[in-house]
Design a protein around this ligand. Structure first.
Ligand code: SAH
Ligand code: SF4
Length: 366
């Protein structure tokens, strides 16, 4: 058990030991979860600041060349309408984020590596910066690409790139993906390295509570983030989707409450291990628990990603069942959300890009 600490005395290096992390993850005592979340919140405020940064999430396309066994927009799912947002739709979302002081955008999509797509992203990046006076931080989450493509998008103004490793364990990786050249664990790692080398603020993450996943796997995931030296992490619970092969293994899943609490613990532990990084409070948390994203922000996470995808397309971007949708006026929702954050001495960082404090531009790494 980690020692009870005040915000002034917290020792962020206290939890470095594999056995200790594992026993904290497996401990079912609610007091352990509470303690951990409290300490992570202290560490977050002290080292990453009292702000929660906004990223407007734009899911620009559900067209995907891959067949990840867990994902609702996998290529072989024939039950969805495929779409690609047109330029106006993306630029409108960017304009909205700009006018409402979001500070940042995340552009996410199924994986495409064809020339037209690469060029389209390139044009979007330049035009978004043009219409918003370079005021938005831009994160891309567009899967595995070549080093040339990463370099091209970086040059066009993307600042951050999120590519989840999904699991740091190679055997488990191949239980979640077909074993072929489009789904190679080694290529995933190489892509992540290439993203870092390009100069992006580099983000990765995993799914938590997967069938076949062990507590040791999760410990390894946390150590992987630390050893890789990531700048940002987006990890969330695995949530089943009925049109995927992984659905057949749903009887192996931990219950929703357990998966949710395990995710909170992973976030809290990571904050204590890597106090300066950005950690996202991911959408899937809200599927498993009401106010799930707020709870994560009170347990060490510091990034919130309201969805700005046009409603009509949003319903075709279901990676898992039960994706939550913010109903009504998003700014009224955020005002209320900010009040809730104030209760834990935090506030939304309106108008701030919210760069990772861990990030070191490549020229300084040497
Ligand atoms: N195609 C890109 C980005 C979109 S998918 C990529 O794969 O990197 C974004 C993330 O959604 C994935 O990294 C995966 O971790 C998550 N995801 C997909 N299906 C999920 C599910 N059933 N439950 C929880 N997260 C899921
Ligand atoms: Fe495609 Fe990403 Fe879903 Fe895999 S997780 S099927 S790459 S959208």
């Amino acid at each position: 058990m980690i020692k009870k600490q005040t915000p002034d005395t917290i020792q962020v290096s206290d939890i470095i030991n594999r056995e200790e992390i594992k026993s904290l993850l497996m401990d079912k005592d609610p007091a352990t979860l509470n303690d951990l979340c409290e300490q992570a919140l202290h560490a977050k405020r002290e080292f990453a600041g009292d702000k929660v940064y906004l990223r407007g999430l734009v899911e620009i396309s559900n067209v995907c060349r891959k067949n990840c066994f867990y994902c609702g927009i996998r290529r072989h799912n024939t039950h969805i309408n495929r779409y690609l947002l047109d330029k106006k739709e993306v630029l409108d979302a960017a304009q909205f984020a700009h006018e409402n002081n979001f500070g940042s955008l995340v552009i996410q999509s199924g994986e495409r590596t064809d020339k037209e797509f690469i060029r389209y992203i390139d044009e979007l990046l330049r035009e978004i910066h043009q219409i918003t006076n370079n005021s938005l931080g831009i994160t891309l989450s567009l899967g595995e690409q070549s080093p040339e493509t990463y370099a091209r998008w970086f040059a066009s103004g993307a600042h951050r790139y999120l590519l989840r490793i999904e699991t740091s364990n190679e055997q488990l990786y191949y239980k979640l993906h077909p074993k072929d050249s489009a789904h190679s664990f080694k290529n995933r790692l190489k892509a992540l390295e290439s993203i870092k080398k390009t100069g992006f603020q580099t983000g990765t993450g995993v799914m938590i509570g997967l069938p076949f996943q062990t507590p040791e796997n999760l410990v390894d995931d946390l150590l992987f983030f630390r050893d890789f030296g990531v700048d940002m992490v987006g990890m969330g619970p695995y949530v089943e989707h009925s049109d995927t092969p992984m659905y057949n293994y749903r009887h192996l899943l931990p219950g929703e409450k357990e998966r949710f609490e395990l995710t909170l613990k992973m976030i809290a532990l990571l904050r204590i291990m890597m106090p300066y990084i950005n950690i996202a409070s991911t959408t899937a948390l809200e599927t498993l628990s009401e106010n799930g994203r707020l709870l994560a922000l009170q347990s060490g996470a510091n990034v919130f990603m309201p969805n700005l995808t046009p409603d009509i397309k949003n319903k075709d971007y279901f990676l898992y069942d039960g994706k939550p949708v913010i109903k009504g006026n998003i700014m009224a929702y955020l005002e209320n959300f900010n009040k809730e954050l104030n209760k834990s001495d935090q506030k939304i960082g309106f108008g701030e890009k919210g760069n990772s404090r861990q990030y070191m531009p490549v020229e300084f790494i040497g």
